[in-house]
Design a protein around this ligand. Sequence first.
Ligand code: EPU
Length: 430
Amino acid sequence: MEQYAISGGNPLVGEVEIGGAKNAALPILAASLMTDETVLIENMPDVRDTNILLGAMEGIGAHVERIDRHTVKMNAALVHDLYMDGDSLRKIRASYYFLGALLGRFKKATVVLPGGCDIGCRAIDQHIKGFKALGASVQISHGMITASAERLVGSHIYLDIASVGATINILMAAALAEGRTILENAAKEPHVVDLANFLNSMGADIKGAGTDVIRIRGVEKLHRTEYTIIPDQIEAGTFLFAAAATRGDVTVKNVIPKHLESISAKLVEIGCQVWESDDAVRVAASGELGHTYVKTLAYPGFPTDMQPQIVVMLGLSGGTSIVTESIFENRFRYVEELIRMGANIKVEGNTAIIDGVSRYTGASINAPDLRAGAALVIAALAAEGSSVVDDIRYIERGYEDFHLKLQKLGAKIEKVQSERELRKFALKTG
Ligand code: EPU
């Protein structure tokens, strides 16, 4: 089993190139199935989740050609199967994007429902409500969800929760419905806007993405396009917090600084220096950092996908910080591991009370999910001594070349596969 071996205590210093946003790439891949013409996508992150979706798309007859590591050409003219099952697909939430995409184009789809998730129950009632409002019938049986319709007809839909997934699924289905859909209380995340821009580049008529009311005028057909995915706001934020936690100096390049505002604001608030340019953000930290209060919120609030990383950083800052998780109900599981590294954190319900300590100490730890896994890597990089991070397959779902990018910033981190490799790493790093 692959693990990260880490020898901590070095400040991260240098520049890191940020890749395409995983959470934009996933719906954009699914939406590529909505036309029978060829679609070319650039800045596609080469991570496990996108590769699983690409494999599933080939499985139903789409032609997928990798032009280079980050450019994919796809043609879904010969899609012959509207039934998508499979072990790997079952493990990722984004598989439900195939439902909206295929329902839009073929008016029918059956997709495996993702199993239980590590960060919360993650209901899909709002997706179903949206499909039904557009005239589809929806059934769940034997772990599969089927949506089908004679015709999809535009509607006025109010989401009870501004769900990213439901907004995206409804956008896709409504883009090829008859007439006009108004979606209220829509999610405003940058990846929702990116998906809407992608659909518009294929001939859809979507207005208002990025605000909480999105208006979609259904069109008959979508056509070919070439499109570049936005940079990954969460990957960028993860490196910025890693720089602060290790008291380093890191520039994230190829980013949209506006998407990082809630993250930069917290860095400034606790005493880091932050510089922004057109497409880069630099953070430098030294000495004792201060405390702060954080509540995860929908965009433009502080993202839940950065919550574990900020907790790790605040665990090494002076004073008492309070972090409240308001999006998912079970996103503090990693705190147990952090406590084993010397953190002083108490979790009460959906709030973590963090009394900063001056150092963490290395330990053997498990990555419980994607973002918490990345956060524990940050903790290990900042810690005194050596750590081993297990279950890194979770981290690889959403971070491309994580350890290689960290190495370039001076981190002592390696991916190891055996006791022997681990011993070699220990000898090398002293
Ligand atoms: N919710 C419902 N009913 C629904 C849909 C959602 O109750 O029909 C609840 C969820 O249970 C959750 C909250 O609403 O408590 C927010 O869920 P949302 O639908 O917004 O999230 P998602 O679409 O499942 C995406 C990202 C997550 C990210 C969230 C919030 C993808 C593939 N996933 O999930 O990313 O945390 O939005 O921004 O885009 C990650 O990348 O690590 C990750 C978990």
